[in-house]
Design a protein around this ligand. Sequence first.
Ligand code: SF4
Length: 353
Amino acid sequence: MQEDDKFALSGKSLAELTDFCRELGLPAFRARQIHSWIYSKWVSSTDQMTDLSQAIRDKLKQVATISKLKIAHLQISKDGTRKYLFELPDGKLVESVLMSFHDRPTLSACVSSQVGCAVGCTFCATGYMGFIRNLSAAEIVDQVMCIQRESGKRVANIVYMGQGEPLLNVEPVIESLAIMGESVGIGARHITVSTSGIVPGIRRLAQEKLQITLALSLHAPDIETRQEIVPITKKWGLPELMNSLRDYAETTGRRVTIEYVMLAGKTDSPEQAKMLADLTADIHCNINLIPYNPTRNPEGQLLYERPSLAAQQRFKELASRSGKTVTVRLERGTDIDAACGQLHNVFDQARKD
Ligand code: SF4
């Protein structure tokens, strides 16, 4: 069998592995053994599954492979952040990031949910790619497993903040959340799904009543600016969006996170900080401010400027007035374009290397 036609084991649920084994004429307990080799021992070859007979291993080798994600490029930042460019079986590329923090012992992985993105945020490098295709649940989960196999380190937290809008690929994302919990072993409270504000997706996710954190990339408290920098949101007005968020928090009992990118002269005015405080006053949420990270458009121009530290501080104080906790995001990996909005910046360069 050609490599491309083989069944990828990593990223699959136990039920999928059980179905696969059944098709091979193997009993269910073989699926549990394979599941354990993939998710507990992070093996990179079926040859390492030593509690399977040689005949089963030979059979597996013919029809299955551990993973179909290939690491096309790996960059390691001065702060230890690792950015992976993965090649999918159809040659498409997605990026994932492994982040460590000096004040925490645990590692966080940022995963992609789509190749490219249809949302088109004007400050985001991925937005310039346009939408290419959705990732399957297994392709999303396997990013985390590939990172663990490559780095030898256990991932404790996952953020769905890489390429793509997770809630425009909502069913595979929901499926992947289940596998992250049941197979990878990462509890829902250690997972954040970030959305630009896809109202039907927020309502669909709420039905699952998961204990994950939902993060809304609000980025502007007035409809005019928001529609300019997050164009897809023209479909849903701010009242409709904030209602869906309020309902989400009530249904799940979980505090949501409001993400807000501070662009100098565009979203960092004192008036906008006060509007942000008003807009979020009756929503069970925290606010996370993200000082803009330098991003270039395809012509190589810098898209926006970063506000001064004084402007950031002033904005934070005003946005806190409604009593919400407001934090400024700690950045990781800016020297390798792995920070928010920078994925895809090195896309062309990595292809050339
Ligand atoms: S910020 Fe997120 S939603 Fe917006 S274009 Fe980039 S990847 Fe898509």
